[in-house]
Design a protein around this ligand. Structure first.
Ligand SMILES: Nc1ncnc2c1ncn2[C@@H]1O[C@H](COP(=O)(O)OP(=O)(O)OP(=O)(O)O)[C@@H](O)[C@H]1O
Ligand SMILES: [Mg+2]
Length: 503
């Protein structure tokens, strides 16, 4: 080993770090510690080291012993860096093994270079290498060299690099831990999904499992699919899941609500229009089907689409053709069409309100989303899912639902299905003072399942209103707020019940 190399085996004893070095170290440790993604962190570490030594080439390895792997490099290919016969490989190996930095300002005199015929190696004058180690464990090392400029390769720089590598080692270990957690989290998520769900669609009841099984079967096809089900049963969520898990996942997903939209507006939204096609059409406009070409198009409340537009949609499904309003040109689009309705579409066909041919095109596959009351055992699963989701969103600690409260949640009949359940949990998180969600925070009427069949909707309505009034101590404004109704409606109902009681 040359004098230079021996001299620098303990870089911190002599010479000491300058004021600039310390300042740079402080700044670097701050910026390096704020990067949590391992890839970007290593790039940053590499750049800082190259600049500090004014090196021309360099690379960074992670691992130990024979498992050293190049993770980033500058002006040198990873293969050359770790070439079996190469000198740089032997240097980083030695640095990692001994955990001591190496500095060689006269490379050709160094034994590492003896017998190496490579022309590039023959031109190298200076080499520096520092290890990353932490708590007695080696994480990897950095290698730097230079053909021309040797000024940066001095003991002061090496001392700086060694101190910097100590800082970087902490950041690298943290980022690696975080990366492992991310990988593990992803793995667990897919495992949970595999067992219980499908891209955020949760449920292990038999009915939901059947839905998920069906979705898995059709996810890779372009088959038009119709989602039927009561309000809040997850029709849109299922459609999004189908898109997110399918081959079009990198293309956009567009959900267009088709209910209660004036016909000409819906037509121009879907198909676009030509300038002057109607009053107000001041320029050419692309339709959404064109804009979202390649992606998935979700027609929400499809039963409400007026007949003229139904005819145009049929052409999209049959031939992938669209024509802008007022245009003669036909354009081609390639979109996967999904649709949803909470009306029984077959009935709409029977009544002559929906085209039969379009009906058969839209629902090559029908996915029927089961209402919550038929999803035996899913409520606790959903409750825990929403607890986590909304506690995170609200920045609150994750709450626990007491067994009494869970009982109430499980026995309620949920007319608004999953959406209503989700709202109830979101509200309870805000209302709960401590970590427990008790029946007091559940603003729903605890109607036992068995009683459901024997009561009319009106009776339920009355019971819910009166119970909420009781909970708010008779505060009507607050009761109306909680129930999501107007104060006028509440007054009207109370008066109506008074009248019937009086009879
Ligand atoms: N199986 C499920 N797992 C997790 N979340 C769900 C599930 N089903 C529904 N949700 C959630 O419930 C809410 C309502 O779902 P979504 O909007 O998909 O229902 P919908 O059937 O389209 O309702 P609507 O008929 O009223 O349009 C959403 O916040 C959705 O994320
Ligand atoms: Mg919907």
């Amino acid at each position: 080993m040359s004098d230079n190399a021996r001299q620098s085996e303990n870089p911190l004893s002599e010479p000491s770090l300058t004021q600039e070095h310390l300042q740079a170290l402080f700044e670097i440790s701050q910026s390096v510690n704020s990067i949590t993604e391992i890839g970007s962190l290593l790039e940053r570490v590499m750049d800082i080291a190259i600049r500090a030594a004014e090196a021309e080439r360099g690379f960074l390895v992670l691992g130990d012993g024979d498992a050293l792997k190049v993770r980033t490099a500058r002006n040198i290919s990873p293969e050359i860096a770790m070439d079996e016969t190469g000198f740089s490989r032997s240097i980083v190996k030695e640095v990692a093994r001994s955990r001591h930095p190496i500095l060689t300002a006269d490379a050709q005199a160094d034994p590492h270079f003896a017998g190496i015929e490579s022309l590039i190696v023959k031109e190298i004058h200076a080499v520096a290498s520092v290890p990353f180690h932490l708590r007695g464990r080696v994480l990897g090392a950095i290698y730097l060299d230079s053909k021309t400029r040797r000024s940066g390769f001095n003991p002061g720089t090496l001392a700086f690099l060694a101190a910097f590598a100590n800082q970087a080692a902490i950041a690298i270990e943290n980022a690696q831990l975080l990366e492992n957690l991310r990988v593990e989290n992803r793995l667990l998520r897919t495992q949970v999904d595999r067992h219980y769900g499908f891209s955020g669609l949760i449920g292990h009841s038999q009915k939901m499992q059947q839905v998920i099984l069906l979705l898995r079967k059709i996810v890779n096809s372009d088959i038009p699919t119709l989602f039927e089900g009561e309000s809040g049963t997850g029709k849109e969520l299922a459609a999004r899941a189908l898109h997110n898990e399918g081959p079009r996942k990198h293309k956009p997903f567009m959900a267009l609500y088709c209910g209660n939209i004036p016909e000409h507006l819906l037509e121009s939204e879907l198909f676009g229009h030509k300038k002057g096609a109607f009053t107000g059409a001041i320029s050419d406009k692309h339709g959404l089907l064109e804009v979202y070409n390649g992606g998935t198009f979700f027609l929400d409340e499809v039963a409400d689409i007026p007949p003229a537009i139904q005819a145009k949609l049929l052409r999209v499904l049959q031939d992938g053709e669209i024509r802008r309003v007022g245009d003669t040109e036909t354009r081609h689009v390639d979109v996967r069409i999904l649709s949803a309705t909470n009306k029984a579409l077959a009935k709409e066909v029977e009544k002559g309100r929906f085209r039969e041919d379009l009906y058969y095109r839209l629902n090559v596959i029908t996915v029927t989303m089961p209402p919550l009351r038929e999803r035996e055992g899913d409520i606790p699963l959903l409750v825990n899912h929403f607890l986590k989701k909304h506690a995170e969103k609200a920045g609150a600690s994750v709450k626990r639902v007491t067994s009494k409260a869970m009982q109430i949640l499980e026995s309620y009949h949920w007319p608004g299905n999953v959406r209503e359940l989700e709202n109830a949990i979101e509200r309870a998180i805000v209302l709960a003072d401590d970590d427990d969600i008790t029946p007091a925070e559940l603003i729903i009427a605890p109607v036992p399942k068995t009683a459901v069949a024997r009561k009319t909707l009106k009776q339920h309505e009355r019971e819910i209103v009166l119970r909420s009034l009781e909970q708010t101590g008779g505060n009507k404004t607050r009761t109306a707020e909680i129930l999501g109704v107007s104060l006028r409606w509440l007054h009207y109902k109370l008066a109506e019940w008074k009248r019937t009681e009086a009879k």
